[in-house]
Design a protein around this ligand. Structure first.
Ligand code: MG
Length: 411
């Protein structure tokens, strides 16, 4: 790892806009706020995604835990950012977020992996700030609209292209696990494809997708809302045809039918149909979501909190969405840490529709924390404990860590 001394020296003549406490003259006696970050550590857990957990240590003996969006590379990025955090006050969450975005410009800090890594730190800062101030994290982002947050369950079957198998799994999860909101993938092979690269949907492919939607929605009826995800797969014309064909089935939403980059196409697809269109999981920061909302290219916005920029950034996206009367359905594939961070923000915004849960088949998801019963009958209760209200179980982290990873230090 290179030293990077030049970029972190606030006295260097060529230093760009610098938001460190030293250059901002924030080092006066802070009284009870006199807390400093001493270390930042990461480890990767081998869940149904490679979850990246982040811990921020302080000289108050309190530690905050966060999570950044899954995938490789965050550990190196967070190691690179640690010198910008050590010695800083963990209560200055917003300034530290901006400080990191500014300092990490060389790595491309307005989107992608750097923002995901910053999100993990930002969540950990909310956790430790809540502990220092003795308030739950939802209080730090505005206080409560709801005690329990609705959770929707992302479903999978071995036989994902079989409409009856999908309906059977939907029935099982609704009647046995108690969810009143579920989601299936709709970009599954139908057997009628000629060429999946060209994004075009042939008639029989659309018929197959309609059959999946019909079987699932008719089976669960009014007991659950049902969404369908397309993972950016289709052409504009095919997306419009599919969305129109699904109109009679009153789906909760159709997610990412076209790729995310071209807002004109997003708007055209969304405005062509009464089927609600959801977009947002791979768009970064409020800046990335802004045009989707301003141009009314989306019916429901789906930021992923450990990816989009963290808890305050998600709050900002939700506030902007609310100006356009757009609800928020947070995308989420995280461990309990990222999921609870999402739920804490969902509790604090008016326009939360639901938060995703993507690990119902894993078996040990909530073993990563000491608390039990995080999701009951499709709802997540927001704890009144300080910070995120969760205690990482380090024995469980050690058991499920990716091979070669290092376990966190104790607080
Ligand atoms: Mg999706």
């Amino acid at each position: 790892m290179p030293n990077y001394r030049t970029l972190r020296d606030p006295n260097a003549e060529y230093t760009m806009r610098d938001l460190s406490s030293e250059t901002m003259n924030l080092n006066a006696d802070r009284g009870p706020r006199d807390v400093e970050i001493t270390d930042v550590q990461t480890t990767m857990v081998d869940g149904n995604y490679p979850w990246i957990l982040v811990r921020v240590y302080t000289d108050a003996g309190l530690v905050g835990t966060g999570e950044s969006y899954w995938g490789g590379g965050d550990d190196a990025i967070i190691e690179r950012m640690a010198p910008f955090l050590v010695g800083e006050n963990p209560l200055d969450i917003d300034r530290l977020y901006e400080h990191l975005v500014q300092k990490m410009s060389g790595e491309g800090s307005v989107s992608g992996k750097v923002i995901s890594a910053i999100s993990g730190i930002e969540i950990a800062l909310h956790d430790v700030a809540g502990k220092i101030l003795d308030v739950p994290a939802y209080q730090l982002v505005g206080g409560k609209y709801r005690d329990e947050v609705r959770i929707y369950c992302d479903l999978h079957t071995e036989d994902e292209a079989n409409p009856i198998a999908c309906a059977d799994e939907g029935e099982r999860v609704v009647s046995e696990l108690g969810y009143d909101a579920i989601k299936f993938d709709l970009d599954v092979p139908s057997g009628h494809e000629k060429d999946r690269a060209n994004r075009h949907l042939r008639g029989p492919e659309i018929d197959h997708k309609v059959e999946i939607v019909r079987e699932v929605t008719e089976r669960v009826g009014d007991r659950a809302d049902v969404a369908f995800d397309c993972h950016w797969s289709f052409s504009a014309g095919s997306a419009k045809r599919l969305a129109r064909e699904l109109e009679p089935y009153d789906v909760w939403w159709l997610e990412d039918p076209v790729p995310p980059e071209n807002h004109d196409v997003q708007r055209e697809v969304t405005q062509s149909t009464t089927t609600p269109i959801t977009v947002g999981e791979n768009v970064y920061r409020t800046h990335g979501q802004r045009r989707l909302l301003e141009e009314q290219a989306v019916d429901i916005i789906a930021p992923d909190l450990p990816r989009v920029g963290g808890m305050r950034e998600t709050r900002k996206v939700a506030d902007l969405a609310d100006l356009y009367y757009v609800p928020v359905a947070m995308h989420n594939v995280s461990s309990p840490i990222g999921t609870m961070a999402s739920a804490q923000v969902a509790a604090a915004i008016p326009n939360s529709l639901a938060v995703e849960y993507h690990s119902y088949q894993l078996g040990w998801w909530e073993d990563l924390v000491e608390e039990d019963g995080l999701i009951e009958d499709g709802y997540m209760e927001i704890p009144e404990r300080p910070g995120l209200g969760l205690t990482l179980d380090l024995d469980a982290v050690a058991e499920y860590m990716v091979e070669g990873e290092e376990l966190f230090d104790e607080a």
